[in-house]
Design a protein around this ligand. Sequence first.
Ligand SMILES: *Cc1c(COP(=O)(O)O)cnc(C)c1O
Length: 399
Amino acid sequence: MSRPDLIERLAAAQAERARQDLLRRLRKVEAVDGARIQIDGKVLVNFASNDYLGLAQHPALQEALIRAAKQWGVGATAAHLLGGHREEHEALEEKLASWTRHKCALLFSTGYMANLGALQALLDESDVCVQDKLNHACLIDGARLSGATLKRYVHADVGSAKRQLEASADSAALLATDGVFSMDGDVAPLADLAALCKAQRATLMVDDAHGLGVLGDEGAGSLVEANLRQDDAPVLMATLGKALGVSGAFVAGSKALIDGLVQFARTHVYTTAMPPALAAATSAAVDVARFEDWRRAKLRHLVAHFRHGASERGIGLFDSRTPIQPVLVGASRSALIAAQRLEADGYFVPAIRPPTVAQGKARLRVTFSALHDEADVERLLNALARAIAHAQRATKRDR
Ligand SMILES: *Cc1c(COP(=O)(O)O)cnc(C)c1O
């Protein structure tokens, strides 16, 4: 018998990754203090976090969490439909809907599960799902899970999306896009995509994991910034683990959408409800995120300062105005070497390599938080210039 061993095969794939400088490594964080983290006994300025507004350690969130945990206990003890759905969940759903200017919202335990559940509930085998080439992995996986035909269009190219929709004019269609692209930091052409979807009778779904809290009036997200309403983008998904500093996600839209998801989204029905204490902490986070505008103003200032300084130093950036400011390096090995050098200098900026990004597009993914200050950014710029030069010298020597 020649049946392959699955664990051996996995080990072989891992060895191959290591050979290509693509191995990922879990790092144990020993302490966190705002934008500082400690790894291997060394304190580093953290430029890798998605805690854009600096809320993860906010006292109002911590107090809300503890208060609710004392009232409800730690776990929800059941799925939403079977007694796990508490006052805190309901209040948070209403708050999220009103913040994002949608009719209703439904909580999920993670963004990954929200996207899987929404796509699987909406689509079936005879449908098409049209997606941006750079969409997050869980939108791709959700389309695969649904059994619909998945068609990818050229990144942010509305003409390319149009051709994909026109090619299957008789199928029900959903067009899904990230609002802010997680590895490039650019914003999707949402108004044009909404117009395209209207013309093509397709449903637009926007994953605003990195837009909520950061973009738009009161941080309500990329749809509000683009002046789009529920009717233009009927399915909104956003996460609670990024700018809100907590964990979980929600889908927002019409009552018909949310009622349907309660029935058919398997990742909502067949899973334990989010702990009510997390819902309480998230409610506190929404209040801070929504009304403390200075956090967004500070972020914009840091991003502008960084982009200006990078261009002065000849550091190659992406076309991004969000707190996601990747630095293109190219080869995976160079990105790894640069990241190591940055760490030695006191900065945590991870190298992002394939398959997360395309071959030859390895990068240092810098993200900013309202907890950084201008001096942090200035020192990072100098360290980045040194690290990139060092990586270039080192890879030249290899060749
Ligand atoms: C992080 C992220 C998700 C997944 O959200 P989790 O709550 O971390 O599972 C989905 N979409 C995008 C664009 C993301 O960046």
